[in-house]
Design a protein around this ligand. Structure first.
Ligand SMILES: Nc1nc2c(ncn2[C@@H]2O[C@H](COP(=O)(O)OP(=O)(O)O)[C@@H](O)[C@H]2O)c(=O)[nH]1
Ligand SMILES: [Mg+2]
Length: 293
């Protein structure tokens, strides 16, 4: 998928959001639990300032659960309702519906005082591309009622999905765009695979991942690819190498990613590492922590 956004798309997306926000009580904002800050757009705070709010820390199955817990506490401190979730294989739809009712308790109470009973809560899902909005909607609806895939889906007209007698969901999610101005944000979106790898130097990206993992998950790479300290020391003979490029060389050698002359194929090793990370084969890893925000 291509995450290039142009001013025209952004304006159109904002207009759509503004239009749809008028119709709803609560915004359910889906973010990627591995990078909750980078997969959010702070404009949502302005757009949804008069709405109830629920943040879904989605793809929690791929994130470090202790860090996800910290994120939950962090956003709750900021007055938001928060839930971690695995929309793909999890079974948490009822819990979401319960939390929506809880988040909207004030409105339900207000309605009651005015003699309005049983008016359903209307919700809209929003988030940047690829965080799992469609998968989440499908899970909530209990059938394949929203398009999933790696491209933001386009649905014509407004359709409501009735989730229960007390909740309706707009079937078209609001599309937000990432904050590309920030290099770190772009890097993290690339790491989780939300940007097209075509225009990215994968070896450089893999080196960034290695540096981060070395800091927070120090044994993960050496254990996964059987790299020993002795092997890394022997690779120091290459005077142009850096600590992370030596790790990439070691991955290439140990996984037999070799060029015709027998030298390590760094770019293949980089792709292998990124692929293993993105598919959870390095374990549950979070790339952002609230204390570093
Ligand atoms: N592991 C995991 N993958 C997920 C989860 N939710 C969605 N996905 C995957 O993420 C990709 C993007 O999902 P999609 O719903 O199309 O994202 P959208 O662009 O926000 O609508 C798809 O390959 C989904 O299968 C989740 O909770 N866990
Ligand atoms: Mg979608």
């Amino acid at each position: 998928m291509n995450l290039q956004w142009y001013p025209g798309h952004m304006t159109k997306a904002i207009r759509m959001m503004q239009e749809n926000i008028k119709l709803i009580d609560i915004i359910i904002e889906v973010v990627d639990a591995r990078i909750p800050a980078s997969s959010r757009n702070p404009d949502i705070d302005e757009l949804g300032k008069n709405k109830f709010r629920l943040i879904i820390l989605n793809k929690a199955d791929l994130a470090d659960s202790s860090v996800t817990k910290q994120w939950k506490e962090y956003y709750e401190k900021n007055g938001l309702f928060v839930m971690e979730m695995n929309s793909k294989t999890g079974n948490e739809a009822d819990k979401v519906k319960e939390l929506v009712q809880k988040a909207c308790a004030e409105k339900i109470e207000r309605d009651k005082k005015r003699g309005i009973i049983g008016r359903p809560i209307r919700a809209m899902v929003a988030g940047i591309p690829n965080v799992g909005k469609s998968t989440f909607i499908n899970k909530l609806a209990g059938k394949a009622s929203a398009k999933t895939g790696n491209k933001p889906g386009v649905t014509k007209g407004k359709q409501w999905i009735t989730l229960s007698k007390s909740m309706q969901l707009l079937d078209t999610p609001g599309i937000l765009w990432p904050k590309f101005e920030d290099q770190e944000v772009g890097l993290k979106l690339a790491l989780i695979g939300s940007m097209n790898d075509e225009n990215i130097d994968t070896a450089e990206l893999a080196c960034e991942l290695i540096k981060y993992l070395d800091r927070f998950y120090s044994k993960v790479i050496s254990e996964k690819y059987d790299i020993t300290d002795d092997q890394l020391i022997s690779l120091e003979e290459d005077q142009y190498s850096t600590p992370s490029s030596r790790v990439l060389s070691a991955i290439a050698i140990n996984r037999k990613c070799l060029l015709a002359g027998g030298n390590p194929d760094i770019s293949r090793a980089a792709s292998l590492l990124l692929d293993d990370f993105r598919n959870g084969r390095l374990g549950k890893i979070s790339l952002e922590r609230p204390e570093l925000q």
